[in-house]
Ligand binder design. Structure first.
Ligand SMILES: [Zn+2]
Ligand SMILES: [Zn+2]
Length: 203
């Protein structure tokens, strides 16, 4: 299943995240340059991104903004960070989500890069934002609508990310299923928590 197919499937399952998922399907299929991307955003993007598309200065794209990130996905940069630093060892991007994948008798945690979408192994007990290593200070929450996605929040720095349990749902694609967890983002914000790295929808 492709990213776009997965996003359209989840759009039927999670009505509250439908618009975001359909837009993400468009991004997942996108190939092209800045002007084509601008046209896509104007056609189906959320209001905030449409405003950005109108005001965009092609000579000064913010490197961690929506437009630069989508364009970089087609050609990820090579600026490796320190392994296990919480940043992508391939391109230095921040983690968009986590994945739990079957390994040995249990499941191993990986982080998923918000720029190049590659995954790298990461210690389960460590917070990807502040690096603290007390597992008892990382709390897990789930939502019955999407019970293969856990919200992991660090009690030390109050940052969270969604971790997609690929053993529970073998069709899951972490960066897509993370978008479907939008109702949990709304709830997390109400708790005063901040995401480690906003996704391309800006959430
Ligand atoms: Zn990366
Ligand atoms: Zn932390």
């Amino acid at each position: 299943m492709t990213r776009a197919e997965r996003a359209r499937l989840l759009a039927e399952r999670v009505p509250a995240a439908r618009e975001a998922l359909l837009f993400y399907a468009g991004i997942a299929e996108f190939r092209g340059g800045l002007e084509e991307l601008r046209a896509l955003v104007r056609r189906m993007g959320p209001p905030l991104l449409r405003e950005q598309a109108d005001a965009l200065d092609p000579a000064h794209l913010p490197p961690d903004g929506f437009f630069a990130r989508v364009l970089l996905r087609q050609q990820p940069p090579a600026a490796p960070a320190q392994p296990s630093s919480g940043k992508c060892p391939h391109c230095g991007g921040l983690p968009q989500a986590g994945s739990l994948r079957p390994a040995g008798d249990g499941h191993a945690l990986h982080l998923v890069c918000g720029v190049c979408l590659r995954e790298w192994p990461y210690p389960r007990a460590r917070c990807p934002a502040c690096g603290q290593t007390e597992e008892s200070r990382i709390a897990l929450y789930t939502n019955s609508l999407l019970d293969h996605v856990q919200l992991r929040v660090c009690e030390v720095c109050q940052r969270y990310l969604h971790v997609v349990h690929c053993g529970q749902d073998p069709l899951a694609i972490p960066d897509v299923d993370e978008i479907a967890a939008l109702p949990m983002d709304v709830w997390a914000r109400e708790q005063g928590w901040e995401k480690v790295c906003p996704n391309l929808i800006g959430i």
